[in-house]
Design a protein around this ligand. Structure first.
Ligand code: ADP
Ligand code: ASP
Ligand code: MG
Length: 410
């Protein structure tokens, strides 16, 4: 009998009413003759509440204890939901990461899944029709609970779908699919019926939190089609899948934003070989993901400035690392600016067509939005701007690339 994996996010399990809607989705999958693996997030707001509690208790919470704490949100939602199913006579049980053997490395707070015990899960399906698995959490080799980063339940779901060779992997959330941009910010945003793994990867990594980036990496690696759907409205949703010819026809398919960024500048850095590595190697070793980087040409042939962006949550770590290596780099001052945001235009059509960057720069210029930094990849152009202009920039770019009208054809 085939297995369907269904993941339900925080808003989908926020309260009893919502959980009844989730139950209906599970029952529909059961009625189609499948076993169901329901992967749940914590109830909406719970993870934030737990994170805030930890900050209240400790100025630098122990990472292992932090994961032990924040993973409890999913323990509660899975148990509550299973009670509902059992009351309706469904053979179900809840399962935590150590019971499912979702094995991860030991990077608390951002752990990566190494493997999942498939046989154990298939054996449980001999007894149960529905396994309600706690998303977001894993277990390391010492048996300690880890978590997979914010939005990590998406990754749990895709990894579990791959592990048990599921027929379908459905991600249920509070919007009915992936849109041309965040529909909660740009009302004209349109649902994208089908999107490639690569575009979704760029959208997610540039801030579209509808899917966690790592979940898309998993889906792409194992060619698992992911179906994004709404728990609350009937809709065909979005298929995240392999590229086919029709999908290359649009120049830009989505606009993403990310306000979770800080721009860091180190003044008077020596302009000589080895400096970039002595700056970025320690940051990489500490797990800080540096994104945009600019090094200016040196003013006097000896010294220059280096600017880069890091996630807001890594600012403290970044500053303390820079403090330790400042003298080696040139002894200059370190400045940072938290009032910035990244806006990105993404589309596989860019591989074969030019002009996206200039359209983007012109559109931002027409609104008087200053571009602080630029970076590009094969299918993406990103501009760093002042945070206060984020919404305006998104609306402007959505119009410039005619996304309301199905986008500019290549
Ligand atoms: P869940 O709790 O179900 O995991 P999330 O809040 O993590 O849901 O993700 C869904 C949210 O992602 C939406 O409510 C929406 O505001 C946001 N979002 C950002 N970009 C997009 C996009 N391009 N398409 C759809 N939703 C998006
Ligand atoms: N509860 C976790 C979070 O809020 C994981 C998830 O919802 O995917 O980030
Ligand atoms: Mg999410």
């Amino acid at each position: 009998m085939g297995i369907i994996v269904q993941k339900f996010g925080g808003t989908s399990v926020a309260n009893l009413d919502c959980m009844r809607k989730v139950q209906a989705k599970v029952e529909k999958a059961l009625a189609s003759g499948h076993k169901v693996m329901a992967v749940l997030s914590a109830m909406s707001g719970e993870t934030n509440r737990l994170l805030a509690l930890a900050k209240e208790w400790s100025s630098s919470p122990d990472p292992a204890e932090m994961d032990s704490l924040v993973s409890t949100g999913e323990q509660a939602s899975t148990a509550l939901f299973t009670m509902l199913l059992k009351d309706s006579g469904i053979k179900a049980r809840s399962i935590l990461s150590h019971q499912a053997q979702i094995n991860t490395d030991s990077q608390f707070g951002r752990a990566r899944i190494l493997n999942i015990d498939k046989e154990n899960l298939l054996k449980l399906f001999e007894t149960y029709d529905v396994l309600v698995v706690a998303g977001f959490q894993g277990v390391n080799e010492d048996g300690r609970i880890t978590t997979l980063g914010r939005g990590g339940s998406d990754t749990s779901a895709v990894a579990l779908a791959v592990a048990v060779d599921a027929e379908l992997c459905e991600i249920y959330t509070d919007v009915d699919g992936v849109y041309t941009t965040d529909p909660n910010i740009v009302t004209k945003a349109k649902r994208i019926p089908k999107i490639t793994y690569d575009e979704m990867l760029e959208l997610a990594s540039m801030g579209a939190k509808v899917l966690q980036t790592r979940s898309v990496e998993f889906a792409k690696k194992y060619n698992m089609t992911v179906h994004v759907l709404s728990t609350f409205v009937e809709s065909p949703g979005t298929l995240v899948t392999q590229e086919d010819e029709s999908m290359e026809a649009v120049l830009v398919s989505g606009i993403a934003y990310d306000k979770d960024q800080v721009r860091v500048t180190i003044l008077d850095v020596y302009d000589k070989p080895g400096i970039a590595s002595s700056l970025f190697a320690p940051l990489a070793d500490a797990g800080v993901v540096v994104d945009m980087i600019i090094q200016n040409t040196s003013r006097d042939g000896h010294k220059t400035d280096m600017t880069f962006t890091v996630p807001r949550g890594d600012l403290e770590k970044t500053m303390s690392i820079l403090d330790g290596i400042k003298e080696t780099l040139g002894g200059g001052e370190v400045l940072y600016d938290e009032d910035v945001a990244k806006v990105s235009a993404i589309g596989v059509g860019m591989r074969t067509h030019s002009g996206v960057a200039s359209t983007m720069f012109t559109a931002l210029h027409n609104e008087g939005i200053n571009i602080l930094m630029i970076s590009t990849s094969e299918i993406k152009v990103t501009c760093l701007i002042e945070e206060k202009y984020t919404e305006l920039a998104m609306r402007t770019l959505h119009d410039a690339f005619e996304l309301e009208k199905d986008g500019i054809r290549c």
